[in-house]
Design a protein around this ligand. Structure first.
Ligand SMILES: [Zn+2]
Length: 104
């Protein structure tokens, strides 16, 4: 099954523009249903699963982890930085998802 991009944005608690970004990055997969570009449920569930994984990883990164990005991606940061560029906002988005999902 597939759902509309607007519905995917609601479920993921993101702006439609961010859903387009995830489609471009192939983290969300779309199919054509009667001429409408729809998001597959499978890719939506994978994205939600990835959020659980990332938050779990972020919670395990210790201040003693050196130059490992605190967002949970496992990548190295530049010397002295806690996050890779943009990854602090990505973690914020994941936390927002867990705080707001199911609250509507
Ligand atoms: Zn990161």
């Amino acid at each position: 099954m597939a759902i509309s991009k607007a519905n995917a944005a609601d479920i993921l608690i993101m702006k439609p523009k961010s859903v387009e970004y995830l489609i471009k990055k192939t983290r969300l997969v779309t199919v054509n249903v009667s001429g409408r570009e729809m998001v597959t449920e499978e890719s939506l569930f994978k994205e939600i699963g990835e959020r659980y994984r990332r938050l779990g990883n972020a919670l395990e990164v210790k201040s003693s982890s050196g130059n490992i990005c605190r967002c949970g991606c496992g990548e190295e940061t530049n010397e002295g930085k806690r996050f890779k560029s943009g990854h602090d906002q990505a973690l914020e988005g994941i936390i927002r998802y867990f705080l707001l999902s199911g609250k509507k």
